[in-house]
Design a protein around this ligand. Structure first.
Ligand code: SF4
Ligand code: SF4
Length: 293
């Protein structure tokens, strides 16, 4: 079971929700929490795991043997990322643009291309509060986050209940992070900006065929636009969290609210119940459709 926690925009409280969800589950299950927000991972601040043996994550980038090359230009033609430029008697490779897809190697008829590893970030693992924690850290200035996200996700333990803290937005890194999830909880705020970005995230998840629920954070600061939108779209609103000084103070100190207040543990346990109910309904719908087909 993989549950992703995502948001159409940053700063909505997504990581707070992901961490507290994991902590609310850890008395029944020993979950895995995976921070896929590799450009700015921060779930570890709240969980404080002790990391051991960081692993470097590489992507394979092309190296050209100009003695074998006939400068046909095929490699540059097939590279949609413009990571190779073929000149009259010279080839330029731009490793920062290369996604490591291996296409140029495959299409080079002269076998003039080999691959060399290029480090894009590190993967760290640790345990905290019986939660198996993992995250990736992208190297400063590095733009290639999907391969690092995929490397972090390759460590998913299929025997565990997995919670993924996805990057904000709706671009490639988010798709890499949420792909393959059984359910996505979208965290948003009841403002016009929140609604706009929520709608983008909902459209993205529809394309990926991932069931969605919404959590409205700071639910008393805006208007009813998100509730109305969810009603219209048939998306369940699973929790409202009003602005709360207790929560804000603990967040500022890098503390998880579930570890300090039984009331909050109870609220996040209720959220799990609602998520399981939605998952049960979705499963029922799929089974019914299959029987109908
Ligand atoms: S495809 Fe191979 S032979 Fe052709 S330009 Fe590229 S490296 Fe050279
Ligand atoms: S490996 Fe893929 S992305 Fe990198 S240069 Fe070759 S074709 Fe382009």
């Amino acid at each position: 079971m993989i549950i992703a926690v995502a948001s159409g925009k940053g700063g909505t409280g997504k990581t707070t929700v992901a961490v507290n969800l994991a902590l609310a589950l850890n008395q029944k299950e020993k979950p895995q929490l995976i921070d896929c927000d590799v450009e700015e991972p921060n779930a570890h601040i709240f969980l404080k795991p002790v990391f051991s043996n960081p692993e470097t994550v590489n992507i394979p980038v092309p190296e050209i043997n100009e003695e074998k090359c006939n400068f046909c230009g095929r490699c540059a033609e097939i590279c949609v990322f413009n990571a190779i430029a073929v000149l009259k008697e010279n080839i330029l490779v731009f490793p920062e643009l290369c996604h490591g897809c291996g296409g140029c190697v495959y299409f080079c008829s002269q076998e003039a291309i080999t691959e060399a590893p290029r480090g894009i970030g590190i993967l760290e693992k640790g345990i905290a509060h019986e939660i198996d924690f993992l995250h990736g850290r992208l190297n400063p200035g590095e733009a290639m986050s999907p391969p690092l996200i995929n490397a972090v996700k390759s460590k998913i333990d299929p025997r565990k209940f997995v919670i993924i803290d996805a990057p904000p937005g709706t671009s490639c890194p988010v798709v890499s992070a949420v792909k393959g999830s059984d359910f996505c909880l979208l965290v948003t705020e009841p403002t016009p900006f929140g609604l706009n970005d929520l709608d983008l995230a909902v459209q993205m998840l529809k394309k990926l065929d991932i069931p969605v629920g919404v959590l409205i954070n700071r639910s008393d600061i805006g208007n009813n636009c998100v509730d109305d939108y969810c009603k219209q779209e048939g998306i369940p609103v699973l929790m409202h969290i009003p602005w709360d000084r207790e929560l804000a103070e603990l967040y500022a100190r890098g503390e998880a609210v579930v570890l300090h207040f039984e009331r909050w543990r109870g609220l996040f346990e209720e959220l799990w119940t609602r998520i399981f109910n939605v998952l049960g309904t979705e499963k029922h719908k799929t089974e019914k459709k299959e029987v109908g087909d």
